[in-house]
Design a protein around this ligand. Structure first.
Ligand SMILES: NC(=O)c1ccc[n+]([C@@H]2O[C@H](COP(=O)([O-])OP(=O)(O)OC[C@H]3O[C@@H](n4cnc5c(N)ncnc54)[C@H](OP(=O)(O)O)[C@@H]3O)[C@@H](O)[C@H]2O)c1
Length: 213
């Protein structure tokens, strides 16, 4: 049995947890306010889910999903994620997160910031350009005509491969952008951001993206 440690239990964290449990994963899910505040969600998720602190969720996961507001990325525990693949859903909303000069200047990427914070983990971008509610509703079996595709990027091929496997199980094709340096192509306000697209359309939208908006 594979366990996913989930840090963040809001719109995205809870949807990833629901679909993962449906697919047969165990999940350990966490938020900032403490496991007791997740009692209702874990009761809904059933026997394959439990609530924990972020450090416990990170330690329990064979791999992890980080899905907190970007402003909180420095709170993600480093040590318990060492050696693990970490899927990063984060986007930069300066209105919510405050200004982050490296991102404003186009000198960094959101997932690159998390990779720097987690130097011993293998960060891969995932689920950042799909609305939370569509994670459980938009998936279709492999081979479906016009299947929706999602992008990933990582400096570690094995991390991008894990995201592709998970996307396929969730019902999505994958387009691998390449390294995190290129992951701005699927960040907020680019052509590929939160629109429904198949793999060919996603590839075209990624190519169309410009660094400055
Ligand atoms: N919503 C979407 O459709 C969507 C789609 C794609 C990507 N995203 C991106 O994914 C990320 C998460 O989005 P969301 O909509 O799921 O956010 P959300 O609904 O606001 O949930 C955020 C979660 O993160 C937790 N959290 C905040 N600070 C934390 C910390 N320091 N340590 C541990 N947990 C912490 C919160 O816990 P508490 O409630 O206890 O504070 C909450 O469970 C964001 O970067 C967002 O831009 C969102």
């Amino acid at each position: 049995m594979t366990t996913i440690g989930i840090i963040g239990a809001g719109h995205i964290g809870s949807q990833v947890a629901r679909k993962a449990v449906e697919l047969g994963y165990d999940v350990v899910i966490s938020n900032s306010r403490g496991p007791e505040t997740l009692a209702e969600l874990v009761a809904e998720l059933g026997a394959h889910a439990r609530a924990a602190t972020p450090a416990e969720a990170a330690a329990a996961g064979d791999f992890a999903v980080v899905t907190v507001p970007l402003r909180s990325y420095r709170d993600i525990p480093v040590e318990p994620l060492a050696g693990k693949i970490v899927i990063d859903t984060n986007n930069y909303y300066w209105e919510r997160d405050g200004r982050i000069p490296e991102l404003d200047k186009g000198e960094a990427t959101t997932s690159g910031l998390l990779q720097k914070h987690l130097p011993t983990s293998k960060v891969a971008k995932g689920f950042n350009h799909i609305m939370a509610r569509e994670i459980g509703s938009d998936g279709t079996p492999a081979g479906t005509v016009n299947r929706r595709a999602l992008a990933t990027a990582s400096d570690y091929p094995e991390a991008a491969e894990l995201v592709a496997k998970l996307y396929d199980e969730f019902g999505f094709d994958t387009v691998n952008i390449g390294t995190l340096d290129e992951s701005w192509r699927v960040e907020r306000d680019r052509p590929a951001y939160v629109v429904r697209q198949n793999a060919a359309e996603l590839t075209a939208n990624l190519a169309k993206a410009t660094r400055t908006i």
